[in-house]
Design a protein around this ligand. Structure first.
Ligand code: KIV
Length: 308
């Protein structure tokens, strides 16, 4: 039950559409593991994206193209287990949706095996046919245009803002419309100039979720490690709301110091047993001490105090 007495239930893409229609700005975060997902869910974050950014921020890869379906399913399942309310979106990894058949098969695994409610795929006009097929198969889809990390090699390798020229801006608008018309319930705009992102947002019925795309989007998404101060590098568009790197390092140093000086564990972290039971177990009772250390005095080969 929620605090208002309503049964807790998972948000659907229809709920997201309603929130958007009501003018609510949507806060999405990435999540990759069970404990963090639980905290974010309890905090009321309505959409959690298990982004393939996990390759870099969690697994230490140098790019998202190394992330596999198995890794994505593993982490998506953990996030789904940790949440009761949030809409969980699984990010389809590089080359997992190269053709429609593969896309349906792999997207289906996110829902069936990992417990996601929706998937995200990158690309505009080029991905529209895939989005349409997934939606027709009953799989809700979030689009992703602008800077699309899986195409980093095709986009010149260097992370850069997309849509700054006249032609690029027109292409991006066409991409957004194509993805909406294919049936996506929302679309991520990554690294898009704020004015263009605002125009795209105003031309769409579905919500735009911006990252490095200004305040004119219908919602925002941040990589959770950037938000929490756990990243090794913080992009310009990220805002740090906590410094967990310092908190974790301080906790680890304090713990190591307590172990070294013998103050951890203390009475509060320690379990004791009845001393007389231990005396009995070790043959320390007066009766036991009187016994000699003969073969029949040994208990199944366990050396008792009286035998030492
Ligand atoms: O993988 C990811 O985290 C993403 C977000 C940045 C939108 O795609």
């Amino acid at each position: 039950m929620s605090a208002t007495g309503d049964p807790i239930r998972r948000l659907t893409v229809a709920d997201i559409g309603r929130l958007h229609a009501d003018g609510e700005r949507l806060a999405m975060l990435t999540a990759y593991d069970y404990p963090t997902a639980r905290i974010l869910d309890d905090a009321g974050i309505p959409m959690l994206l298990v982004g393939d950014s996990l390759g870099q921020v969690l697994l230490g890869y140098d790019s998202t193209v190394r992330v596999t379906m198995a890794e994505m399913l593993h982490h998506t399942a953990a996030v789904a287990r940790g949440t009761a309310r949030a809409l969980v979106i699984g990010d389809m990894p590089f080359l997992s949706y190269s053709n429609v058949e593969e896309a349906i098969e792999n997207a289906g695994r996110f829902l069936r095996e990992a417990g996601a409610t929706a998937v995200k795929i990158e690309g505009g006009v080029r991905s529209a046919r895939t989005v349409e097929a997934l939606v027709r198969a009953g799989i809700p889809v979030m689009g992703h245009i602008g800077w699309t990390p899986q195409s980093q090699h095709g986009l010149g390798g260097k992370v850069r803002v997309q849509g700054k020229s006249r032609d690029a801006a027109r292409h991006l608008l066409a991409d957004a419309i194509a993805i909406q018309e294919a049936g996506a319930f929302a679309i991520v705009l990554e690294l898009v100039p704020e004015q263009l992102a605002a125009v795209i947002t105003s031309r769409l019925r579905i919500p735009t979720i911006g990252i490095g795309a200004g305040a004119g989007c219908s919602g925002q998404v941040q990589v959770v490690t950037d938000l929490l101060g756990l990243g090794t590098f913080s992009p310009r568009h990220a805002r740090r709301y906590a410094d967990l790197q310092t908190t974790i390092a301080e906790a680890a140093r304090a713990y190591a110091e307590d172990v070294r000086n013998g103050t951890f564990p203390g009475p509060a972290e320690t379990v004791r047993m009845d001393d007389s039971t231990l005396d009995e177990a070790l043959g320390r009772s007066a009766e036991d001490r009187a016994a000699t250390s003969t073969a029949d005095g040994l208990l199944a080969g366990i050396p008792l105090d009286r035998d030492l």
